[in-house]
Design a protein around this ligand. Structure first.
Ligand code: NAD
Ligand code: UDP
Length: 309
C-alpha cells in the first residue's frame, strides 16, 4: 500500500514543474496582475518554481489560461478572473503589476480602456499596496520615451511623446502610472519599483501581436513577404512595393508606409542597471529568436489541428 500511495503521490506531483521548498518565513504571497500574458506567465513560472504563493489576476483580454494552465490546481497557485479597473481586496506581500495590453494593435483597439487600465487599474493596485503594506513593481515601457531625441535612452531622459497621437493612450497611460507610483511612494510611503521594459520576444508572445519580431516570424513561416514599415530605402519607389526585393533569406520584403508617431530608433542605456542591479540580458539574439520560432511553429500546428473545434 505504501508503494502504491507513493506512486500515486508522485503521479500527482509530476503534473507540475519542480517547485522549491521555502520555509514560511521566506515564502511570499505574490500578486501578479496580467499574469496570464506573455511576460506575466514567465514571471509566474519563476516565482512558483522559487516556492512562493502566486495569485494571478487577469481579465484575459490578451492573456490566456493556457499560459498558466500547468499550475492550475497547485496548492501555491490561484488564478482570478478580474479586471484591475475594479478594486481588489486580497492580502499579499508583493505586487507585480503587469496588467495592460502591450502591443500597438492591442492597446489601440480600445484606447479608453487602455487608459483606464493604466490609470485606474494602477491606482487600485497602489491602493491595495498601501493598505496591505506590499511592495509594488510596475511594468512600464520604453514607450515612455516616445520617439526619442536622445540615444541610447538612459533613466533620466524625459522622453518625447505626442500626448494626442494614436499611441498616447498607452504612452501617457504608462507615464501617469509611473507618476502615481512615485506619488504613493512620497505621500504614502509605499515601496515601489518601476521597470521600463523594451521590446521583448519569446515563447508565449502573441503571434498576431503586430510588432516586428512576431510579424517577421509569422510571415516567414507562412511564406509571406516580410513587411517593413518606416522610411523607404534610398532609391525605392512605388514599383518596389509591387515587386518586392528578394533577399538571401528566401523571404521577400514588402515596404509599407510609415505608421504615425512610430519611434524611429530606440535603444536602452543599461549601464545603470548593470552597475546597480547586476542586470543584463542573458539570452543571445539567435537563441531567443529560435525559441520564439519554435513556439510559433507549434502554435500554427495547434491552430491547424483545432480549427474545427
Ligand atoms: P500581454 O498582453 O501578453 O499581457 C498583458 C496581460 O494583462 C494579459 O494577460 C491581459 O489579459 C492582461 N490585462 C490587460 N488589461 C487588463 C485589465 N484591465 N485587468 C486585468 N488584466 C488585464 O503583454 P506582455 O507583453 O506580457 O506585457 C506585460 C506588461 O509588460 C504590460 O504592462 C506591458 O505594458 C509591459 N511591457 C511589455 C513589453 C514587451 O515587449 N512585451 C515591453 C514594454 C512593456
Ligand atoms: N483599493 C483596492 N484594494 C485595496 C485598497 C484600495 O482596490 O485593498 C482601491 C480603492 O478602491 C481606491 C484606490 O485603490 O479607489 C486607491 O486607494 P487609496 O486608499 O489610495 O485611496 P482612497 O480609497 O483613499 O481614495
Amino acid at each position: 500500500v505504501g508503494h502504491r500511495a507513493a506512486r500515486l503521490r508522485s503521479l500527482f506531483t509530476q503534473k507540475y514543474p519542480p517547485v522549491k521548498f521555502l520555509s514560511e518565513k521566506d515564502r511570499k504571497r505574490i500578486l501578479i496582475t496580467g499574469g496570464a500574458g506573455f511576460v506575466g506567465s514567465h514571471l509566474t513560472d519563476k516565482l512558483m518554481m522559487d516556492g512562493h504563493e502566486v495569485t494571478v489576476v487577469d481579465n484575459f483580454f490578451t492573456g490566456r489560461k493556457r499560459n498558466v494552465e500547468h499550475w492550475i490546481g497547485h496548492e501555491n497557485f490561484e488564478l482570478i478572473n478580474h479586471d484591475v479597473v475594479e478594486p481588489l481586496y486580497i492580502e499579499v506581500d508583493q505586487i507585480y503589476h503587469l496588467a495592460s495590453p502591450a502591443s500597438p494593435p492591442n492597446y489601440m483597439y480600445n484606447p479608453i480602456k487602455t487608459l483606464k487600465t493604466n490609470t485606474i487599474g494602477t491606482l487600485n493596485m497602489l491602493g491595495l499596496a498601501k493598505r496591505v503594506g506590499a511592495r509594488l513593481l510596475l511594468a512600464s515601457t520604453s514607450e515612455v520615451y516616445g520617439d526619442p531625441e536622445v540615444h541610447p535612452q538612459s533613466e533620466d531622459y524625459w522622453g518625447h511623446v505626442n500626448p494626442i497621437g494614436p499611441r498616447a493612450c498607452y504612452d501617457e497611460g504608462k507615464r501617469v502610472a509611473e507618476t502615481m507610483c512615485y506619488a504613493y511612494m512620497k505621500q504614502e510611503g509605499v515601496e515601489v519599483r518601476v521597470a521600463r521594459i523594451f521590446n521583448t520576444f519569446g515563447p508565449r508572445m502573441h503571434m498576431n501581436d503586430g510588432r516586428v519580431v512576431s510579424n517577421f516570424i509569422l510571415q516567414a513561416l507562412q511564406g509571406e513577404p516580410l513587411t517593413r514599415s518606416g522610411e523607404w530605402p534610398r532609391g525605392s519607389h512605388e514599383q518596389q512595393r509591387q515587386q518586392p526585393r528578394q533577399p538571401g533569406s528566401g523571404s521577400e520584403i514588402q515596404f509599407l508606409s510609415e505608421a504615425q508617431d512610430d519611434p524611429q530608433k530606440r535603444k536602452p542605456d543599461i549601464r545603470k542597471a548593470k552597475m546597480m542591479l547586476a542586470w543584463e540580458p542573458v539570452v543571445p539574439l539567435e537563441e531567443g529568436l529560435n525559441k520564439a520560432i519554435h513556439y510559433f511553429r507549434k502554435e500554427l500546428e495547434y491552430q491547424a489541428n483545432n480549427q474545427y473545434i
